[in-house]
Design a binder for this molecule. Structure first.
Ligand SMILES: NC(=O)c1ccc[n+]([C@@H]2O[C@H](COP(=O)([O-])OP(=O)(O)OC[C@H]3O[C@@H](n4cnc5c(N)ncnc54)[C@H](O)[C@@H]3O)[C@@H](O)[C@H]2O)c1
Ligand SMILES: O=C(O)CC[C@@H](O)C(=O)O
Length: 525
């Protein structure tokens, strides 16, 4: 039974779903990094919100970990390259808290427009300062959206409902999408010059860090009000403070800070500054949504291999997973075969599918070929880290899908580019379930690739098989299965034997010394 640790406070629905789906679950929150490191080795999955930091150091101790699930959107608390290198899938729940966060941005915009927190404080202090508080309407004002993805587009929709004009800066926003959303796509400088309110909805990246820098804040309209419910670091906090102090910025509301938890900040106490402690996603509805989604996704992955909303591997639906499973086993064996036989001086490879295989999602098949192939270089390779390793080695990976059906109803072919030219192996599924090799380097051989095997290339000549059998028998090696193929009678032949014990170097040398043997190699699957 797979075992998951929930390490941040999460709605109880998550644990309930894990258990219902046959996943054992522990809920242990508030651990220090060292405490987490001490226990993480027990778990196949780690379900987190934003408090747990999944660092390289934690991952180094996570010897059984297969998946990290983030109940939320931002994954800046997960070292994704390190997780990928460790073969750990990282998933998030990209939509579960979008409405809630968009509503928080709108709430903060209204709070700024009418100075609600200060008016509340003054009223509850018995001051009744009716003439002190003079707000602004949002109707007819211009809202500048920085980032128009899931949350930005919901904010735009709500703002249009409030009769605001919405301009958006997002380099990835197409003109068609902008039109559908009813917003005007603009450049950043135009947005800064025109917006009465600015809300931010981008991830924190090298391009977005300090997108509201001192220089850009100076380009804003006097009296602008700014809301950030996305990520700390998008605004230069010192420059924001200066803008508020000078009166150029009429108000700012931050849900997120450069350093969190933000126990102190020069912004605290600044007039017209409002803050919330990263509450964007904190509604009952959103927390139930993300807890259910993360538990379902992680359980699907751990129980049936389905991959949804993964940030470091292609998606694979729970319906597709059972159909693809035998293909992935076949692909991994073919990758492993070419890896073991032809990994020297590999520069690239093509993965072709035809027949029934061509109707399936090809990405997981490619991932499995690469995992099999790259295992020659490292034991810890799996479908998550294999593409990165292949890229690091400069391998050019091509995917080809053929509509045609050849000799087999379904076929996967892997062709590697070597110094000696392209070399290819192919395989099919028998009974739609059992992986079977059909061809090796241009020679037709049908074989199961399983356990310890011996690959021999020899000159096709009478008496060879007898001599080989005697040599192996004298060494106490029992032959399980025997598969023979040849290019032409009397030409080059290929033998694939499954053997009950792995053949050692001394015996390999003896086989290599038999007359007519061109190549011999011990294989393992
Ligand atoms: N405060 C919270 O509790 C809370 C809750 C949920 C999400 N978030 C954060 O909100 C942010 C937005 O989430 P989302 O779900 O809308 O993400 P999303 O991926 O759907 O949208 C992000 C948008 O930013 C755009 N973008 C990327 N680089 C940009 C750049 N240089 N300039 C302008 N736009 C750029 C992208 O094209 C995309 O449209 C994320 O940072 C997320 O972590 C915060
Ligand atoms: O889990 C939370 O409370 C915050 C989530 C939010 O930052 C997100 O990116 O989804």
């Amino acid at each position: 039974m797979p075992k998951v640790l929930i390490s941040d406070k999460m709605d109880p629905q998550a644990a309930k779903i894990f258990r219902e789906r046959g996943v054992e679950v522990d809920e242990i929150t508030g651990k220090t990094p060292d405490e987490l490191k001490a226990i993480i080795g027990e778990y196949d999955g780690l379900a987190i919100r934003s408090s747990t930091k999944v660092t390289k150091d934690i991952l180094s101790a996570a010897t059984n970990l297969k998946v990290v699930g983030r109940a939320g959107i931002g994954v800046d608390n997960v070292d994704i390259p390190a997780a990928s290198a460790a073969g750990v899938v990282v998933m998030n729940t990209p939509f579960g808290n979008s409405i809630t966060t968009a509503e928080h941005a709108i709430a903060l915009m209204f709070a700024l427009a009418r100075d609600l927190p200060e008016a509340d404080k003054s009223t509850q202090a018995g001051k009744w300062e009716k003439n002190r508080f003079m707000g602004v309407e949002v109707t007819s004002k211009t809202l500048g959206l920085i980032g128009a993805g899931n949350i930005g587009s919901i904010v735009a929709d709500r703002a249009l409902g409030l009769k605001m004009k919405v301009v958006a800066y997002d380099p990835f926003l197409t003109p068609e999408r902008a039109q559908d959303m009813g917003v005007e796509k603009v450049e950043l400088d135009q947005l800064l010059a025109r917006a009465d309110f600015i809300t931010l909805h981008t991830p924190l990246t090298e391009q977005t860090r300090n997108i509201l820098s001192a220089e850009n804040l100076a380009k804003t309209k006097k009296g602008v009000r700014i809301v950030n419910c996305a990520r700390g670091g998008l605004i230069d906090e010192a420059a924001l403070k200066a803008g508020l102090d000078s009166g150029h910025i009429a108000g700012a509301a931050l849900d997120v800070f450069v350093t969190e938890p933000a126990k102190e900040s020069p912004l605290f106490g600044t007039p017209n500054f409002i803050s919330t402690p990263h509450l964007g996603a904190s509604t009952t509805e959103a927390q139930v949504n993300v807890a259910i989604q993360v538990a379902e996704q992680m359980a699907d992955f751990l129980v049936s291999g389905g991959v949804t909303n993964a940030l470091n591997m292609p998606s694979l639906s729970a319906e597709e997973a059972p159909k693809l499973k035998p293909y992935m086993a076949l692909a991994e064996k073919l990758g492993s075969l070419v890896g073991q036989l032809a990994h020297d001086a590999l520069t690239g490879l093509a993965i072709e599918v035809e027949g029934a295989a061509a109707e399936l999602n090809q990405k997981p098949i490619t991932g499995a070929v690469l995992a099999g192939l790259m295992r020659v270089y490292s034991d810890t390779v799996n479908m998550v880290n294999a593409p990165t390793l292949a890229k690091e080695r400069g391998l050019d990976v091509r995917e080809v899908r053929h509509d045609r059906e050849g000799d087999y109803h379904t076929l996967v072919r892997v062709t590697v580019d070597t110094k000696a030219g392209p070399k290819s192996v192919a395989g099919t599924l028998f009974g739609n379930a059992s992986p079977r090799l059909t061809e090796i380097f241009g020679i037709k051989v049908e074989a199961d690739l399983d356990g310890a095997m011996l690959y021999i290339v020899n000159e096709d000549a009478p008496g060879f098989i007898g001599r080989l059998g005697t040599t192996l028998g004298e060494a106490g090696v029992n032959i399980g299965t025997f598969h023979l193929g040849r290019r032409t009678a009397g030409g080059e032949a290929v033998l694939l034997l499954s053997v009950d014990t792995r053949v050692d170097e001394a015996l390999l040398a003896k086989v290599q010394g038999l007359p007519g043997v061109k190549q011999v190699k011990a294989l393992g699957f």
